[in-house]
Design a protein around this ligand. Structure first.
Ligand SMILES: Nc1ncnc2c1ncn2[C@@H]1O[C@H](COP(=O)(O)OP(=O)(O)OP(=O)(O)O)[C@@H](O)[C@H]1O
Ligand SMILES: [Mg+2]
Length: 245
């Protein structure tokens, strides 16, 4: 990551294609997606089930290689990085939040949050990491739950732990794949409030896959995916009504 140019966009996808092949058939999931994401943006990705939203998010976040096309992070091709550099990119520059939280059940909330920091520094739980973990727990209003395991937390609380974990290494982009999809409407609203607050107060860049019209309406930009193609890429201010497909 030494050749980053200030003028390069933060994240750029060029003509992404993804084809999954299994024994019986090929599934052409993405069919030429091109987009840019700039720092401090809130971008919603919407579209019907099976449109390729999660696939796109995984490819943008360095988790799944495209069949064709490139992902550039400040001008550097993510899938041409050495494996070690790409792992580092995923751990330090990108945060992921999933519908089903993906917390490690045998660890406490605090331990789950601190883990990406331990991987980054290749160390155990230091005082500095613990302090940072507690600060994040405080930010997601869960200080009282530091030593609880995921099974002892509500869905909304688990998602807040997942957000804190994703923030541990101060990522450039937070990718959220239906972060409220498994929550009741009140807990879901709390999660979105928290994410938007992170964007307002810290300039956290957010890319949020959602089926929820109310969430998409809060984004500055909405990307519509249908059958693996971007059907529209609206700047919200130029759009009176955000219509979710
Ligand atoms: N590993 C895989 N192997 C084969 N096909 C896959 C694989 N992962 C996803 N697909 C297929 O790719 C298509 C897009 O999947 P994806 O998960 O990206 O959709 P999505 O837009 O996120 O849908 P949803 O809203 O239901 O989460 C689907 O038809 C899915 O079955
Ligand atoms: Mg999905």
């Amino acid at each position: 990551m030494n050749n980053q140019q200030k003028s390069d966009p933060m994240l750029e996808a060029e003509n992404l294609h993804k084809i999954y092949t299994d024994a019986s058939k090929e599934v052409h999931v993405l069919r030429g997606v091109t987009l840019r994401i700039e720092p401090k943006e809130v971008v919603a990705v919407v579209g019907p089930s099976g449109a390729g939203k999660s696939t796109l998010l995984h490819i943008l976040g360095g988790l799944d290689e495209p069949t064709q096309g490139r992902v550039l992070f400040f001008g550097e091709d993510v899938y041409r990085m050495k494996e070690r550099n790409r792992s580092q990119f995923r751990n330090e520059r990108i945060g992921f939040i999933f519908q089903f939280y993906h917390l490690l059940p045998e660890f406490t909330a605090l331990e789950n949050i601190v883990l990406p920091g331990m991987i980054k520094q290749n160390c155990g739980m230091t005082r500095a990491l613990r302090d940072r973990g507690m600060e994040l727990l405080n930010e997601v209003r869960l200080s009282q739950r530091a030593h609880h395991r995921p099974s002892e937390l509500s869905g909304g609380e688990q998602q807040r732990v997942a957000i804190a974990r994703a923030l541990m290494n101060q990522p450039d982009v937070l990718f959220c794949d239906e972060p409220t999809g498994n929550l009741d409407s009140h807990s879901g609203e709390e999660i979105i409030k928290l994410l938007m607050q992170l964007n307002r107060t810290q300039g956290q860049t957010l890319v949020i896959v959602t089926h929820d019209e109310k969430i998409a309406a809060q984004a500055q930009r909405v990307i519509y995916l249908k059958d693996g193609e971007m059907t529209a890429n609206h700047v919200k201010n130029s759009l009176e009504k955000v219509r979710v497909l």
